[in-house]
Design a protein around this ligand. Structure first.
Ligand code: 15L
Length: 301
């Protein structure tokens, strides 16, 4: 049985994955946060992936890595820098130094979130990140490309939509990724014999999809779910979308500076965030600022 390292193991996506993959692989779980309950076949290693020593420790002796760890939404640069830039580099580099060939990276629909909703995009389109978070995912994709070409690593990049059993709003009808479809795609990424460098979309077989996911289908992915089963219910809510977010695939990420983050910030990032807030409050108290012109929604490529 293969030993697979799952980073970000205390998060929501990993919780689904652990349940779905139980008994199929030996799971080495890792996170900065504590882990709730360990099942048979699972082991846990606490680690801060922004430290190379930790990354080296957790990647030693595994057959494959599913790298989910990181800051999972748009947010403060310092948090994204530590977790998604430095942390992601450390995981790729530690994998190389430890001779781990296969790495699956959870990139995101936000690496291409500034494509307009009327476009159908495939795995070969140019990047269009919709924020700092999206840029950090593009950085991980670039690392994947480098480590595949330069060091012969086998890299499987999953541009994940929204992992959930049901779509939560209109946008998510197009990007729903159910837990069992997630587990199927991840298994392909771990076990397919011919992965060198692949980009696939981590979404179910949604009728309203914005993606041409033929690259995943070529590798054997056959999604079992389609968000359409929930479409009537969601559409009946009459949701009014934001004038900018509603135009683009990335939704709110295209116009907000922060999305509420379910995971606590690493200590250093939390301290930076508090300092930035304090500075802003001081500036506000000091008097009126220069007027900044408002951007208008860009035309999509
Ligand atoms: C993501 O990349 C996030 O990790 C997830 O929390 C969702 O916000 C998702 O995108 C989404 O676009 O719905």
């Amino acid at each position: 049985m293969k030993t697979v390292l799952v980073t970000g193991a205390s998060g929501d996506v990993a919780a689904h994955l652990r349940r779905e993959l139980a008994g199929r692989y030996k799971l080495r779980l890792s996170d900065l946060r504590p882990l709730q309950g360990k099942a048979k076949g699972e082991s846990f290693m606490k680690a801060d992936i922004s430290r190379m020593a930790d990354a080296l420790r957790i990647t030693k002796g595994v057959d494959a890595i599913v790298h989910l760890g990181g800051y999972s939404v748009e947010g403060p640069w310092e948090a994204i820098l530590q977790a998604n830039i430095i942390g992601c580099y450390n995981i790729f580099e530690a994998a190389r130094r430890n001779g781990v060939k296969r790495i699956l990276f959870a990139t995101s629909n936000h690496a291409v979130g500034f494509y307009r909703r009327e476009r159908t995009i495939d795995h070969a389109v140019y990047i269009k990140p919709d924020g700092r978070y999206g840029v950090s995912k593009v950085f991980g994709e670039a690392l994947g490309s480098l480590y595949a070409d330069k060091y012969g690593m086998e890299v499987f990049l999953m541009r994940i939509g929204n992992v959930n059993a049901k779509p939560i709003d209109k946008r998510r009808l197009s990007i729903l990724f159910t837990p069992r479809d997630l587990a199927q795609l991840v298994s392909i990424g771990i076990d397919h014999p011919d992965i060198r460098f692949e980009i696939v979309y981590g979404v179910s077989g949604n009728k309203r999809s914005w993606y041409d996911n033929s690259n995943a289908y070529r590798l054997g992915y056959k999604p079992l779910d389609d968000s359409e089963a929930f479409a009537a219910e969601i559409v009946a809510r009459g949701e009014v979308e934001h004038p900018v977010g509603g135009l683009f695939q990335g939704g709110a990420f295209t116009h907000v500076e922060e999305v509420p983050n379910p995971a606590p910030l690493p200590k250093k990032a939390a301290a930076t965030k508090a300092a930035v807030k304090k500075k802003a409050a001081k500036k506000r108290a000091a008097g009126p600022r220069r007027k900044v012109s408002k951007r208008s929604p860009r035309a999509g490529r």
